[in-house]
Design a protein around this ligand. Structure first.
Ligand code: GUN
Length: 288
């Protein structure tokens, strides 16, 4: 039986529509949500992501402050920019597009972003709060994955969730979010022995490794929900996920496509965090 498609594009559009209304209301009270978008160098993928983020900002009424800087920028100059953005009252969220060029210290840059403006949720404050189950910004990609499950009434409670991939910005926070929703969570990665056996136990299988077709159809439990967070470009220039979609959809009950799944959700959740950040600056109570 073919799986039901989890339409991330549609879920993201619904979230944006809700945000658009909230932003209009904020603006009527004199609050203009603003997002600083920092892009260093000429990485084509980064340029594309940044332009999508700026486009969505415009679509829903967030003011984006673009900072396109040359590859030659020094660490000191970049830190100075972050400090200026931290104290700029018109900027509620700061996004520094990763990866940074090799000569820059990515960790120092990301840690310099004020926790109140860390809408990516990559800093130690946001990640620490997630671990402590305290309110804070949740990293956009894992948050988007959870929202897709929620939109299709897939409740992690009582389910066995397997997260393949242990990155700080996707795999680890996603495992914590699934735990928060009472799933029994297994974390796996590229060095997990018998990965197939582990994946076959997953009622919810989330994959964020960055390797095309790493998860084959025979690794999917019948009736599972599959969330593919990989974005890979094939030699033919096609964008694909980490899961062999055509084979997996014959066994799964639900599956996210790539493109059109995790990608648009990541941007929607970035907008969501920016609106939260703007509300918090004026003391509006928010749920995180
Ligand atoms: N590079 C790839 N994805 C992301 C993201 O979600 N945020 C940032 N800052 N950089 C990225």
């Amino acid at each position: 039986m073919a799986a039901q498609l989890i339409d991330g594009k549609k879920v993201a559009a619904d979230i944006r529509e809700g945000l658009k209304k909230e932003i209009a209301e904020l603006k009527s009270k004199g609050i203009n949500p603003g997002l600083a978008v920092v892009l260093i160098g000429e990485n084509p993928a980064s340029k594309k992501y940044v332009s999508s983020k700026e486009k969505i900002c415009e679509e829903i009424g967030i003011k984006s402050f673009g900072h396109k800087l040359p590859e030659s920028i020094t660490q000191e100059e970049l830190i100075k920019l972050i400090d200026n953005l931290n104290s700029d009252k018109n900027v509620h969220g700061i996004l520094v597009q990763l990866p940074l060029p090799k000569h820059l210290n990515e960790k120092e840059v990301m840690n310099r972003i004020s926790p109140a403006k860390d809408v990516d949720g990559f800093g130690p404050d946001a990640l620490g709060k997630l671990l402590l189950d305290e309110p804070g910004f949740v990293a956009c990609t894992p948050h988007g994955a959870m929202k897709m499950l929620e939109a299709y009434n897939i409740d992690p409670k009582g389910k066995h969730a397997v997260v393949v991939g242990r990155s700080v910005i996707v795999g680890k926070p996603l495992a914590l979010l699934l735990l928060r929703k009472h799933a029994t969570v297994t974390m796996a990665h590229s060095r997990t022995p018998d990965l197939k056996d582990v994946c076959l136990k997953a009622d919810i299988l989330c994959v964020a490794v960055g390797k095309a077709k790493m998860i084959t159809g025979d690794m999917i439990k019948e009736g599972a929900a599959v969330v593919d967070i990989g974005i890979n470009v094939t030699p033919e220039g096609k964008i694909v996920g980490d899961v062999d979609f055509d084979a997996a959809k014959e066994r799964a009950a639900y599956i996210t496509p790539v493109p059109g799944g995790a990608g648009p959700m990541t941007i929607a959740m970035l907008m969501y965090n920016t609106v939260l950040a703007a509300k918090m600056t004026v003391g509006i109570k928010v749920e995180m």
